[in-house]
Design a protein around this ligand. Structure first.
Ligand SMILES: [Zn+2]
Length: 235
């Protein structure tokens, strides 16, 4: 049983987009988990088996209590009935209260398809009759990680205390980010990755007056009960 579940297309997506939030929630005592839909079998570097092993090491660094890979086909992910049902079944078993999905538009088709598959699986998971052996469960909140989308976030999570550990979790993918000649023109080196990720996290952090942040979009309106103590200065 999880409090927070991140669903992503590829191993290392979570580490780049919402790992700081997962870690912050784990630091606060919540049970967090990750489902990666593909194992990156079309990737230039490494193999699916290596990627999954590296993702397990990264999950430890993010203090996630659960991580699994559904081994759907990488780079040609389809929103199929079988895929949605498989994911819905896992949601019923893991019972997360909140789910993080990728933003619904993007450059990589796997990312926006994961957004769609994830949403539909969350819906299906709540239907009593789709499976007689598991209890229905529908997450109450879906938040969309919008770090790669050039959109105004609905809110930003302060990950200043988690940023360095999130970076370590990304570098756990040694087959992708280690010094290797294979695909060297396609892959940035470690210094470049650090520079890029910290620039983006600094940008979103600056929006809320902190050092590092991760942005999210929600489709529904956020409710506020106390307008006196709202954080983030207006002037
Ligand atoms: Zn990806």
């Amino acid at each position: 049983m999880l409090d927070l579940l991140a669903i992503a297309a590829h191993p290392d997506d979570v580490e780049q987009t919402c790992g700081g939030t997962l870690l912050r929630m784990a630091d606060a005592g919540y049970r967090t988990g990750i489902i990666d839909l593909t194992a990156g079998d079309m990737g230039t570097r490494g193999t699916p088996q290596i990627r999954v092993e590296e993702s397990a090491a990264a999950a430890k660094l993010l203090k996630a209590t659960h991580r699994e890979n559904l081994h759907f086909p990488d780079a040609r992910l389809e929103n199929s009935m079988a895929g949605r049902m498989t994911l819905a079944q896992r949601i019923r078993e893991l019972r997360p209260r909140t789910v993080i999905l990728p933003y619904w538009e993007g450059r990589h088709p796997d990312h926006y398809r994961t957004s769609e598959i994830g949403y539909e699986a969350c819906f299906l998971a709540g239907l009593k009759k789709i499976d007689q052996y598991t209890e229905p469960h529908r997450p109450s909140k879906i938040i969309y990680s919008s770090l790669y989308a050039n959109v105004t976030p609905s809110f930003v999570v302060d990950i200043s205390q988690q940023f360095e550990r999130r970076m370590e979790s990304l570098l756990a993918y040694k087959s992708q980010y280690g010094e290797t000649s294979e695909g060297a023109t396609l892959f940035p080196d470690e210094a470049e990755i650090r520079d890029r990720l910290s620039a983006v996290a600094r940008f979103y952090g600056a929006l809320i007056g902190v050092r590092y942040g991760e942005p999210y979009v929600v489709k529904e309106t956020m409710r506020i009960d106390d307008v006196v103590t709202l954080p983030v200065k207006s002037i």
